[in-house]
Design a protein around this ligand. Structure first.
Ligand SMILES: Nc1ncnc2c1ncn2[C@@H]1O[C@H](COP(=O)(O)OP(=O)(O)O)[C@@H](O)[C@H]1O
Ligand SMILES: N[C@@H](CCOP(=O)(O)O)C(=O)O
Length: 301
């Protein structure tokens, strides 16, 4: 069918230790979303790769929600939504699969309806659908982003670090939905824990901006979410420690988990193997990917 578009969207690692709901990095792992719109028919969905057989093909699909949001906002009344998803980002693992689906759906629908929405409009809509901006911002803009909600609008800053590093993402063989991983968080935290995170987050952003990567060891420490989520991920503390012992600059939970991520400037393979081995001691099978920073964000193919 004519009237089709294909969008590539990167996966993202959010929080980066202390930057809960604010810091995110686009990674070189990608999903593709192909959309066609027509006046008749309902929703049709083909999924290749991650999530095949598991992703719903009705209105509960987050990509469909995103497409319908654009259609409503731009005054279009297409009934037929044909989607083909080619997924490499594992689902519910902490690499921003839902953000990628939302961003892909918003950008594809915007392309097919005359491109009336700006990237900033899309960021606001994506944040509303996802509930927090830290995955959707880097998925749209690429690079490293700091994003916050301010009176319903998402403010963001995007930058690239002056010196490169690799990200070793260890993917355990079990899912953890972000919803479930947010349920274990407390309603309030001690003032000292908040102060701990303010300092670490400032140091994290400074270290990434300046290239002072040796600061990452302290700058990735967190007291707002990781201590509460640790019980959901067998061996988490030991895997993070194995990464540091193998020479990583620092390590943290990726997003809401269960993926764990290590930052390294030298020996990513060694770090990955050490982390997988530490998971195995806790009877968790895992694999690792070595990823870099994606600099483009979502693009039309
Ligand atoms: N490509 C996709 N298309 C549609 N929905 C998706 C896609 N990828 C993920 N999802 C939805 O997002 C959910 C996972 O989101 P979430 O729990 O936030 O984890 P993640 O860390 O992977 O974003 C999946 O269970 C599925 O419902
Ligand atoms: N700030 C969010 C990030 C969730 O990222 P995801 O990739 O796990 O969806 C949180 O920590 O809940």
């Amino acid at each position: 069918m004519a009237n089709a578009v294909k969008i590539r969207v990167p996966g993202t690692t959010a929080n980066c230790g202390p930057g809960f709901d604010a810091v995110g990095i686009a990674c070189t792992i990608y999903n593709e979303l192909e959309l066609s719109l027509s006046n008749e028919g309902g929703i049709s969905l083909e999924v290749i790769g991650e999530g095949a057989g598991a992703i719903p093909s009705d209105n509960s699909n987050v990509a469909v929600k995103a497409i319908k949001m654009v259609l409503a906002k731009t005054g279009h009344n297409y009934q037929g939504i044909q989607l083909k998803l080619t997924n490499n980002i594992p689902l519910a693992r902490g690499l921003g699969s839902s953000a990628a689906a939302i961003v892909g759906g918003l950008i594809a629908a915007n392309e097919l309806t005359g491109n009336s929405l700006t990237k900033e409009n899309i960021l606001d809509m994506a944040t509303a659908l996802e509930g927090h901006p830290d995955n959707v911002a880097p998925a749209i803009f690429g690079g490293i982003t700091i994003s916050i909600l301010d009176s319903g609008n998402t403010q963001y800053l995007r930058f690239l670090p002056p010196s490169g590093f690799s990200m070793v993402v260890v993917i355990p063989a079990f899912n953890l939905s972000t919803k479930a991983a947010r349920k274990v968080l407390p309603d309030s935290v001690p003032f000292s824990d908040a102060a701990f995170n303010v300092g670490r987050t400032a140091l994290l952003v400074g270290a990434l901006c300046s290239g002072e990567l040796k600061l990452l060891s302290s700058a990735l420490e967190d007291k707002l979410h990781q201590p509460y989520r640790e019980k959901l991920i067998p061996g988490m503390a030991q895997v993070l420690s194995a990464a540091r012992q193998a020479g990583a600059l620092g390590a943290a939970l990726s997003g809401a988990g269960p993926c764990l991520i290590a930052f390294t400037s030298s020996n990513p393979e060694e770090v990955g193997h050490a982390m997988v081995k530490a998971f195995r001691i806790h009877n968790v099978e895992a694999k690792f990917h070595i990823l870099n920073i994606d600099t483009q964000g979502a693009i039309k193919l």
